[in-house]
Design a protein around this ligand. Structure first.
Ligand SMILES: C[S@@+](CC[C@H](N)C(=O)[O-])C[C@H]1O[C@@H](n2cnc3c(N)ncnc32)[C@H](O)[C@@H]1O
Length: 164
């Protein structure tokens, strides 16, 4: 009996009604929609975009502290940034990347920025979805927050993955 490989990719999104844009500039053909990206992307036609830029959650809101403008502040940004565990975080990355893949034109490309906490999951999800990885771009931050624990190096870079 031939072995069939299991389909590990997320199900295709179900089309929804696109909400009214929260901002529109008709002259420059710009529209901003606010909502869950999975809902918004599902409401857009496939093969639409030449380029997508995404800065997804880093899942760093863990009740820790960081330094902002010289002051010690909470790292908590909101529920959306709370880790649901490595497996669930990765499934989220796969789901929104698959939704982006559907709306990208065949010759379109995607840029995704992230720290080391999330970018490896993004890269792996792209490989699982058969994106072609074009480049890793290092975004060097001249003024990164200091590492208050002094037990490892400061996070002076983010990686941007450029893929097709
Ligand atoms: C790393 S932050 C990006 C911040 C952005 N670069 C900026 O300068 O404002 C991640 C963003 O993703 C948004 N987000 C999280 N989950 C989302 C979802 N399911 N759909 C749409 N946006 C989401 C958060 O509200 C947050 O603004």
């Amino acid at each position: 009996m031939p072995k069939s490989s299991p389909n590990l990719n997320p199900p295709a999104p179900v089309a929804q009604q696109l909400p009214a844009p929260v901002f529109e500039d008709k002259k420059h053909l710009i529209k901003i929609f606010q909502g869950d990206c999975l809902d918004i992307l599902a409401a857009l036609p496939e093969n639409t975009f030449d380029l997508i830029f995404a800065d997804p959650p880093y899942f760093l809101s863990n009740n820790g502290i960081t330094c902002h403008a010289g002051r010690m502040v909470s790292v908590n940004k909101g529920k959306w940034d709370v880790s649901r565990g490595a497996g669930a975080n990765h499934e989220f990355n796969r789901a929104w990347l698959a939704a982006c893949q559907r709306v990208l034109k065949p010759n379109g490309s995607i840029w995704v920025s992230g720290t080391s906490h999330v970018i490896h999951s993004v890269g792996f999800a792209m490989q699982q979805l058969d994106f072609k990885l074009l480049n890793d771009i290092s975004w060097v931050k001249p003024n990164p927050p200091p590492n208050l624990s002094c037990r490892y190096f400061t996070h002076t870079t983010e990686t941007i993955i450029w893929a097709q």
